[in-house]
Design a protein around this ligand. Structure first.
Ligand code: HEM
Length: 295
């Protein structure tokens, strides 16, 4: 099984099988079971490679985790199973979500070249000859930061967030008994016309302090990272990561949907969104983007 197939089967039926269904039912899902097992062995390989090659100094999250764990005294260090769980979270919670955000952002830029040009103007002005934006530059890239937030508003990669109501609670007119499963819909909240004018329109300016409606929404109206104590720990990291990657791309390329892919274009224009698929995240399905080098 390839890495992608293993992850796909883990993230689709695997969550249901491994997390919800009792273990005696697992024999009915041999392919999914194999997917989970293979995903785990890919993670194991990844960790053992990093452990053997600590000197490589790759400066990424996984290397830092593995090397700092190797320096701990035995009683304080994470077990291999705990490391695997962390790698799994980084890979899926962190990587897939940010990649989907980039995917949607590219798609919106293809549809609205004028937004692309505005971004290009900002990136070239702020970065000048520099290739890699640092944190100081990040704060100067205001339009880019607004566009990341707008992408997460219009296309929250995790469109609903499962919760368990531990004690009996009243929300408005509704009484929720204890142990009720509740799903927060970030998609719904972020397309609610009471808080977002023309919610189907992609408009980075919404997040600009000069906008008359800026920050007038209640706190639950923008929840791509959820809300409350269990809110995503990668929130800031991924907003920065997405803006930094996009800044580098925008500086070098213009983006277009391929002209010979009229089906995708027509569908996008007619329905306001392209065909989508949902595995862990809700993302455009089969989207191709042409990168045209800027002079
Ligand atoms: C655009 C990018 C991302 C989005 C949209 C996103 C979204 C979310 C959402 C909706 C949750 C559920 C929170 C809840 O249950 O209330 C979550 C949890 C989590 N995310 Fe993210 N995430 C992103 C990036 C990241 C990154 C980059 C990392 C780590 C490097 C990360 C690590 C986690 C972890 C560890 C949790 C579980 C937190 C807990 O249960 O306490 N996420 N994320």
């Amino acid at each position: 099984m390839t890495f992608v197939d293993a992850i796909k089967s883990t993230m689709s039926l695997g969550i249901l099988v491994g997390g919800v269904l009792p273990s005696w039912t697992h024999f009915m899902f041999p392919y999914t079971k194999r997917g989970i097992k293979e995903t785990e062995s890919y993670m194991r390989e990844l960790i053992s490679y990093r452990l053997k090659n600590l000197h490589e100094n790759r400066h990424d999250l996984l290397s830092l985790l593995v090397s700092s764990n190797a320096e701990q005294i035995a009683e304080k260090s994470l077990t291999e199973q705990e490391l695997i769980a962390d790698v799994f979270i980084f890979l899926l919670a962190g990587h897939e979500t940010s990649a989907t955000t980039l995917n949607w952002m590219l798609y919106e830029l293809c549809l609205q070249p004028e937004i692309q040009e505005k971004m290009y103007e900002e990136v070239t002005r702020v970065l000048g000859d520099e290739e890699n934006p640092n944190m100081e530059k990040y704060y100067e890239l205001t339009y880019m930061r607004n566009a990341v937030q707008e992408t997460l508003r219009k296309h929250p990669p995790i469109s609903f967030i499962p919760k368990l109501n531990k004690v009996k609670t009243k929300i408005g007119d509704y009484v929720l008994p204890a142990n009720t499963e509740v799903y927060l819909s970030s998609y719904q909240a972020q397309h609610d016309e009471r808080y977002w004018k023309n919610p189907q329109v992609y408009m980075p300016e919404r997040f600009d302090p000069s906008n008359e409606n800026y920050m007038k929404q209640p706190s639950g109206a923008w929840i791509p990272f959820s809300i409350g104590q269990r809110k995503c720990i990668g929130n800031r990291f991924s907003e920065i990561e997405t803006a930094m990657i996009m800044a580098r791309l925008v500086k070098k390329f213009r983006f277009e949907l391929p002209k010979d892919d009229p089906k995708m274009k027509a569908k996008a224009w007619l329905s306001g969104h392209p065909p989508t698929e949902e595995i862990l995240t809700l993302r455009p399905s089969g989207m191709l983007v042409e990168l045209l080098a800027r002079k």
